[in-house]
Design a protein around this ligand. Structure first.
Ligand code: XMP
Length: 223
């Protein structure tokens, strides 16, 4: 297992609501925030700075799900790079002329690259899982700070941990709304679980986040 035995990152995706109060409520309770494309496109990239001004703690991730040539991925990333700690890109685009250039750009700005190794939805079995060995080859060559692995299919997360070893951070979405139980991905080798709707759609997000933390703790105790 990696460095953080019980990480919790909250996904903020909806462009239709302001998250300022929620970020203030969850600051210090969770380990970070992941800002989705609908939010960043709807509110504008500067909204990342607005939200971050409400909580200087934790890791802030722009989930841009980049999949383009390096030049364009850098242009896209440059819109948010000053406001976040890390950016997510797809793994299937490969290293040369793509992820390698993006990683160099991010590191020159003191930022981290997180690469999608597989996904949490059922369709990931159709293509992503079949390509997993090749994607992991690329990730090994690249050496990003982190990878995304699915909480919904813990055996995939375990195989990614076994292949990449302890140094890479594994962030794992799919907890709650997509069906995985809190703590399942941590038991499978992830460092952080990403939780969106289960927390942000709750009438009391702070209590919901504390409940997820408690469920993670209980699950980890019986891994
Ligand atoms: P919910 O509301 O389902 O939100 O808890 C989940 C969040 O995680 C993102 N997501 C993924 N990101 N690979 C990724 O890189 C995945 O397999 C994956 N599955 C979910 C989703 O965009 C949302 O922000």
């Amino acid at each position: 297992m990696g460095s953080n035995p019980m990480g919790l990152i909250v996904a903020l995706d909806s462009p239709d609501r302001g998250f300022e109060g929620l970020v203030e409520d969850l600051c210090g309770v969770v380990d970070g925030f992941k800002l989705g494309l609908p939010l960043l496109m709807g509110r504008g990239p500067g909204y990342a700075a607005e939200l971050r001004s409400r909580c200087r703690e934790g890791i802030w991730i722009a989930d841009l799900k980049l999949a383009d040539i390096g030049h364009v991925m850098k242009l896209t990333t440059s819109l948010v790079v000053d406001h976040v700690d890390a950016v997510i890109a797809h793994g299937f685009v490969g290293v040369k002329g793509a992820l390698g250039e993006l990683k160099e750009f991010l590191e020159s700005r003191g930022r981290k690259l997180i690469v999608v190794a597989s996904m949490s939805h059922p369709g990931a079995e159709e293509v992503y899982d079949k390509a997993l060995p090749l994607i992991l080859d690329a990730i090994e060559e690249l050496g990003p700070w982190g990878v995304v692995a699915p909480a919904t299919r813990p055996h995939v997360t375990t195989s990614i941990r076994e292949r990449l070893g302890p140094r890479v951070a594994i962030v794992s979405p799919g907890v709650g709304a997509q069906g995985a139980e809190p703590g399942a991905a941590l038991c499978a080798g992830a460092d952080y679980e990403i939780v969106g709707r289960l927390i942000v759609s709750s009438p009391d997000p702070r209590s919901a986040a504390l409940a997820v933390r408690e469920a993670q703790r209980r699950r980890l105790a019986s891994c």
